[in-house]
Design a protein around this ligand. Structure first.
Ligand SMILES: Nc1ncnc2c1ncn2[C@@H]1O[C@H](COP(=O)(O)OP(=O)(O)O)[C@@H](O)[C@H]1O
Ligand SMILES: [Mg+2]
Length: 236
C-alpha cells in the first residue's frame, strides 16, 4: 500500500505535537520510525491508522494504483497486546470470522500462523495465562491473519523477552518479503531498526528530521540531529 502524507498537523489544546509537511511511504516498504519520547511517533502512527484525527492535512492510501477507502485493509499492533478473553486459537481466528471466512480456511490459516510463531502448543490456552512474549505473538498472528496490506506496530517488542522478539522480527521480515506487506514500526531499539528497516524516519519535536535508507542513516546520517540522536545525546 502506498501512503502519502500531506501537510499533517496535530495540535492538542493549541500545542503542536506533529507537523509533517510531506512524506511518501511506498508499497512494500519496511519503514522504521525513531525519535525521542514525545516526538510524535505514536501520534503519527495513530493518524495513519485512523485512530486519531489530524488537526489539518490528509493521509492518502493507494493499493494497486487505486486510492483505497482508508482503513479497509490495515491493522495495528500495540506495545501492550490486548487480547480477547478467550483461547489463543479464537483470538487469531477472530478477524477471519468477522470477514466471513469458511471454518476450514480459518482453521488452516490459524495453524499456519501458530506454526510460524511457535504457538501451536498454546492454541487451546486461555489468553490471560500467556507470558508477555506469547501474548504479543498472538497479537501479531491475529493482525496478520487476514493478510493486511498495511501493518502498523507501535513498539511491539518493548516489553518482551529476546526469544519472542527474535520470532516476531523473523515473522515481520518474512511477511514483508514474501507477502509484500507494507510495514511501519516504531522502535526505540536502533539495532532492531537496523536489522529490519529498509527506510527510517526520525521525528523530533513533531517534525520529520530525516527520512532515508535505514542502514545508511544509522551509519552515516546526513543530519546533525540524527547523528546526535543515534549517539544517545538527545533523549527527550
Ligand atoms: N491525547 C493527548 N492529549 C494531549 N496530549 C497528547 C495526547 N496524546 C499525545 N499527546 C502529546 O503529544 C506529544 C507526542 O506524543 P506521542 O505521539 O505519544 O510521542 P511518542 O510516541 O514519540 O513518544 C507528547 O507531548 C504527548 O504528551
Ligand atoms: Mg509512543
Amino acid at each position: 500500500m502506498n501512503i502519502f502524507i500531506d501537510k499533517i498537523i496535530k495540535e492538542y489544546d493549541g500545542r503542536r505535537v506533529l507537523d509533517v509537511e510531506s512524506l511518501q511511504i511506498k508499497d512494500g516498504a519496511f519503514c522504521g520510525v525513531i525519535g525521542p519520547n514525545g516526538s510524535g511517533k505514536s501520534t503519527l502512527l495513530n493518524i495513519i491508522a485512523g485512530l486519531t484525527e489530524a488537526t489539518s492535512g490528509q493521509v492518502f492510501y493507494e493499493e494497486h494504483g487505486v486510492t483505497e477507502p482508508p482503513f479497509k485493509n490495515m491493522t495495528m499492533v500495540f506495545q501492550a497486546p490486548y487480547l480477547l478473553r478467550t483461547t489463543v486459537e479464537k483470538n487469531i481466528a477472530y478477524p477471519l470470522k468477522l470477514r466471513g471466512w469458511k471454518p476450514q480456511d480459518i482453521d488452516k490459516r490459524v495453524r499456519e500462523l501458530a506454526d510460524e510463531l511457535g504457538l501451536t502448543d498454546f492454541l487451546k490456552h486461555k489468553s490471560w495465562n500467556l507470558s508477555g512474549g506469547e501474548a504479543q505473538k498472538v497479537a501479531l498472528a491475529r493482525a496478520l491473519s487476514f493478510r493486511p496490506d498495511l501493518l502498523l506496530l507501535d513498539e511491539p517488542t518493548a516489553n518482551i523477552d529476546p526469544a519472542a522478539t527474535a520470532e516476531i522480527e523473523r515473522m515481520l521480515k518474512k511477511t514483508n518479503e514474501e507477502e509484500g506487506t507494507t510495514i511501519i514500526v516504531i522502535t526505540h531499539n536502533l539495532v532492531q531498526a537496523k536489522r529490519l528497516c529498509k527506510e527510517i524516519l526520525l521525528l523530533n519535536k513533531g517534525e520529520a528530521v530525516e527520512f532515508g535508507p535505514g542502514e545508511k542513516m544509522l551509519r552515516n546520517p546526513d543530519n546533525e540531529l540524527t547523528r546526535r540522536f543515534i549517539a544517545g545525546e538527545i533523549l527527550t
